[in-house]
Design a protein. Structure first.
Length: 731
């Protein structure tokens, strides 16, 4: 449907993505209506041709939803005056607009653009104001012209705004020359989008720009899957498949990128490894700094650790195992050490006792973990304050980096990092930059859990290098041994099937062989547990399918938070969000501001919401395109609708996303799937997320298959190789 008319007013506009709500007067009827859509080219007084359809909004009634909008020439004095008076052009208000049109008539726009010095003929306009009006008019005209020109390349309004903000009026030439440059310069434009634009711009299929961008894209994809490099033959194979270009041309392009320093290479285990330069830097710098810390001469403690441990044993009436004593001694005396072990092996006890000794002798310490939930767990377990690594390093989003670094290191005798399996190589490198030669670094974690979501396999590589002191805790101690969760976690880790016919309430199993029946049972249990006020979290191995994260979330949203006149909603992409929904942040956003009320009504403010943070939607404001989320720690953050790509429903989350979290009860559906998702460490990670109860639904055979399947997908990482290489050079 098409309608012609004039923009009477701008009710709302999102400057980031161009989404607008405008008051629009139709030519034929002179009736004003509300139009919504990507209308960044619309200004008050503009005549537009709108193409779209009528929709009925629950809250705001009938609206015209715009698919495309075209600016029409201004051919009458009234339209020209209205446009100038709309506030878009700096220096022109209603009075000045009227006077300009009175003086120059239909020639007004040409005079502003081509003869701005003549504007001084109007009362109240001097040379400075005339120049300002000219500059503003030209800028607006250029933006409008560029926006229209970019539509030729099948570029969205949101992308057009970002491209224009970086390249200005020259952006069309950039796209026609090398659209793959957008990948490096424009946020959220990756290879697939750039390739689509390139096709529209007529760039050749075998263009050198395309081949080089495709190679780098495959390495970026690899880093998203956890790899820091790819063997050259695998990189060639993957790029050939993606680009449909010959091996010979891909191979030549890789060699050229290496020569130009745009890719890095290293020989690992007899094969050529190819890195993005940033990945090579993170692992190389990390390895050098870790070796430097491990060899530094930290201040010796002026007490006998063995005597202190004996004193605590007598005071608390406990008896520590030899490995536990070794771990405490390592914390207090080693410049760098790893303490690893599964649930129930005493990691928390060790930390608590080491902290008692540190406090007795005035040793300063910092406790941190990769996520907010993991830091909260650490605080609860030890009884002392723990922070996220980002807060420990004082991330400053204005500077886009950490304030704590080699020039401003952490001031503590000992830094203890928990949940080390979650730490990727980039975060680890930033942490090590802030560790001075006087500070001990203690890394605590379960090496058998899933590796980090980000690139690298830091904890496992450090342990496997045999260069840093490592205490492996294996024994399950008496109190923990009574837990079927702990018992089964260790059985799974040893490749044995979990005991699922026990009468213990903390580990339950329902044998269900039909996926739809399993889904119904999940919903039934979650509704029951909500009514009992139990913290129940569904953890799924996969994202898609009947028992995938997405479908389970849709079903649980319907059951746990159904539509209501009292609850506002919004749609973003394929997702429906409703007030009261449980949601999760799925990427780090260091600049997102939050505030929370702490003791005595004091308002604490800060910035930074991180991957894995869980909260509840407490307000949706469709008119102003904003959503308010209150996170589990009480922090309240406001999201623009354009930021909702960072948020997902969290009634069900992937097992990978659950790392570092702990829930009273976890519900795990297991009824088959691709072998890559049916692995031992995935099952082990899911089971160890539960504090009080594990409830598995599905097939006993599939659960047993997961426990036996130790075929973890290999991560191509270089940290172990670099640690051993640098160590041999130092020797």
């Amino acid at each position: 449907m098409e309608i012609l008319g004039t923009v009477e007013g701008i009710i709302y506009r999102n400057e980031q993505n161009g989404y607008s709500v405008i008051e629009f007067c139709e030519d034929d009827t002179e009736v004003c209506l509300i139009a919504v859509g990507n209308l960044c080219i619309a200004d008050v007084g503009e005549r537009l041709l709108l193409i779209g359809d009528w929709v009925e909004h629950k809250q705001y009634g009938r609206q015209f939803k715009v698919e495309t909008a075209t600016v029409l020439p201004k051919s009458d004095l009234k339209s020209i005056e209205k446009y100038l008076a709309g506030g878009t052009i700096k220096g022109i208000g209603e009075f000045t607009a009227k006077e300009l049109v009175k003086r120059f008539g239909l020639d007004t726009f040409r005079v502003i653009e081509e003869e701005p010095e003549r504007l001084t003929e109007v009362v109240g306009i001097g040379k400075i104001k005339a120049a300002m009006i000219h500059d503003s008019f030209v800028q607006q005209a250029a933006l409008r012209d560029v926006m229209l020109a970019l539509q030729e390349f099948d570029i969205t309004i949101n992308q057009s705004l970002k491209i224009y903000s970086i390249y200005g009026p020259n952006c069309v030439n950039v796209i026609k020359t090398n659209p793959y440059k957008l990948i490096e310069d424009v946020e959220n434009i990756g290879f697939i989008t750039a390739d689509k634009i390139a096709k529209s711009a007529g760039i050749e299929h075998e263009s050198e720009f395309r081949i080089q961008a495709g190679i780098r894209y495959m390495l970026e994809l690899a880093s998203q899957e956890g790899h820091t490099y790819l063997p050259k033959h695998l990189l060639i194979e993957a790029t050939v498949k993606k680009l449909n270009i010959s091996e010979e041309k891909i191979n030549r392009a890789i060699d050229k990128l290496i020569i130009e320093g745009k890719l890095s290479t290293l020989t690992i285990e007899g094969e050529q490894a190819v890195f993005l330069p940033k990945m090579r830097y993170y692992e190389s710098d990390l390895a050098k700094r870790l070796l430097q810390i491990s060899r530094s001469r930290v201040r010796r403690v002026d007490f006998n650790t063995e005597s202190e441990i004996q004193r605590l044993e007598a005071t608390l009436g406990i008896e520590l195992a030899p490995l536990q004593k070794q771990a405490i001694e390592a914390i207090l005396t080693q410049s760098a050490a790893v303490i690893t072990g599964g649930p129930g092996t005493g990691k928390t006890t060790i930390l608590k006792l080491a902290i008692k000794i540190m406090e007795r002798y005035g040793l300063t310490y910092e406790l941190a973990a990769p996520t907010g939930r993991a830091a909260k767990r650490m605080s609860a377990a030890t009884g002392v304050n723990a922070r996220t690594i980002h807060r420990l390093l004082e991330y400053n989003f204005h500077e886009n980096g950490f304030m704590r670094n080699q020039d401003f290191p952490l001031e503590a005798d000992i830094v203890i990092i928990d949940e080390m399996s979650m730490v990727d190589c980039m975060l680890m490198d930033s942490l090590l930059k802030a560790i001075s030669g006087n500070t001990r670094l203690i890394m605590v974690g379960d090496a058998d859990q899933l590796p980090s979501v980000g690139a690298g396999n830091v904890l496992q590589d450090i342990i496997n290098s045999n260069i840093i002191t490592c205490i492996r805790l294996k024994d399950i101690y008496r109190q923990a041994g009574r837990s079927m969760i702990v018992t089964n976690a260790h059985r799974i880790n040893n490749g044995q099937p979990p005991i699922m016919n026990s009468n213990e309430e903390d580990f339950k199993f329902d044998n269900i062989i039909n996926q739809e029946d399993c889904l119904k049972r999940i919903v039934q249990i979650c509704v029951q547990k909500r009514d009992e006020n139990v913290d129940c979290q569904v953890l799924a191995p996969m994202k898609k399918g009947v028992l995938g994260v997405q479908n389970i979330n849709a079903c649980l949203q319907k059951a746990l938070n159904p539509p209501s006149q009292d609850k506002k909603e919004c749609v973003f992409g394929n997702s429906l969000y409703r007030e009261g929904d449980k949601v999760m942040q799925i990427k780090n956003n260091y600049s997102l501001e939050w505030q929370k009320t702490v003791e005595f009504g004091v308002i604490e403010k800060g910035a930074g919401v991180f991957n894995g943070d869980i909260g509840t939607i407490t307000n949706i404001d469709s008119k102003h395109q904003r959503m308010e989320i209150t996170f589990d720690d009480g922090a309240v953050a406001e999201y623009d609708f354009s930021q909702l790509e960072e948020v997902e429903l969290a009634y069900c989350i992937s097992i990978h996303k659950s790392q570092g979290s702990e829930f009273d009860m976890v519900l795990i559906p297991i009824l088959g799937g691709p072998p890559m998702f049916m692995t031992r460490n995935l099952l082990y990670t899911a089971v160890t997320r539960a504090k009080k109860q594990v409830y598995i639904l599905g097939s006993r055979n599939h659960v047993n298959y997961m426990a036996a399947n130790n075929n973890q997908r290999r991560r191509y990482t270089a940290l172990k190789h670099l640690l051993t290489t640098y160590e041999s050079v130092i020797r």
